[in-house]
Design a protein around this ligand. Structure first.
Ligand SMILES: [Zn+2]
Length: 280
């Protein structure tokens, strides 16, 4: 899956390269979906953020209460068309890129079967080491949280790759490495929940805090990069109105800071390292 956000065309590029390469599968079926082409049709290099969506964020609609509602939007119609393909997917890799500088990382919903998928893809050459889990996202369910991937006892595994900055060739390279690994290991991951390859290092972290900008003058004390690790608790991160926001614990990871959040928007997520997995 790529271009859930219409302006993130590095993912579209990676899928088009894959399609042209006509991969031969040893088993199963490969489905490539460019999710929000209607938004991409409005792409304007002078204002690239505007083509992220048409009516609303396509990556916040994947709860059944939205999908099965009577509401209408360009993105809801599209999500309802895509949904049957999601419902029969064993493994989903959702390709994204970021506006602000950020170390690439995998994000998995809080289900063991999906963290297994992300860990099996992480840690190789040109691939992020970090696997982040969280308890959902500000503002609605992401595609990786569709009921097919969240239901207890289900088998669908999902993860999201934030592969680097929008529109950078290196971002396409990271995506293509993840795709190659997924194709090589899909059968093993599906059947055993891990990859065949020996000893790769992955790091796991869990989101502890969502920092929302409460004021229009929200301001980071410096232009933090996503993936930065702040060693000490109590280190100032940002000013928000009269509040000073500090790290709540030692070795705090900053996840994809939004360096110019509007009031009410997510400014940054904080995450704590959990355990390092050494797979053999
Ligand atoms: Zn995105």
């Amino acid at each position: 899956m790529a271009m859930v956000h219409g302006n993130e065309y590095a993912g579209g590029w990676a899928l088009e390269n894959l399609r042209r390469g006509a991969p031969v599968l040893s088993s199963g079926r490969l489905t490539l979906i460019l999710a929000n082409l209607e938004a991409f049709d409005r792409f304007d290099a002078a204002n690239p953020v505007m083509s992220r969506h048409v009516d609303e964020d396509l990556n916040r609609l994947w709860h059944n209460t939205r999908l099965n509602s009577r509401e209408h939007s360009s993105e809801l119609e599209r999500a309802r068309k895509i949904q049957p393909y999601i419902a029969r997917a064993d493994l989903l890799l959702d390709l994204h890129s970021t506006l602000w500088p950020s170390e690439p990382l995998f994000i998995a919903p809080p289900r063991q079967r999906s963290t297994e998928l992300a860990c099996a893809l992480a840690g190789g050459k040109e691939l992020p080491q970090m696997v982040l889990t969280d308890l959902g996202h500000h503002g609605g369910s992401r595609l990786i949280e569709h009921a097919h991937f969240m239901s207890p006892g289900g088998t669908g595994r999902s993860c999201l790759l934030e592969a680097g900055p929008h529109w950078e060739p290196s971002t396409v390279t990271v995506m293509e490495s993840a795709i190659a690994r997924l194709l090589a290991e899909a059968e093993t991951i599906h059947l055993r929940g891990q990859a065949t390859e020996e000893s790769r290092q992955t790091e796991m972290a869990v989101v502890t805090d969502n920092i929302i900008a409460r004021n229009a003058d929200f301001n980071f004390v410096r232009p933090w990069e996503g993936g930065a690790m702040i060693p000490k608790a109590g280190t100032p991160l940002a000013h928000d109105g009269h509040d000073l926001i500090c790290t709540p614990y030692d070795e705090c990871l900053l996840i994809m800071p939004n360096l110019r959040p509007r009031r009410g928007q997510l400014a940054v997520r904080l995450a704590r390292r959990t355990a390092a997995l050494f797979r053999s």
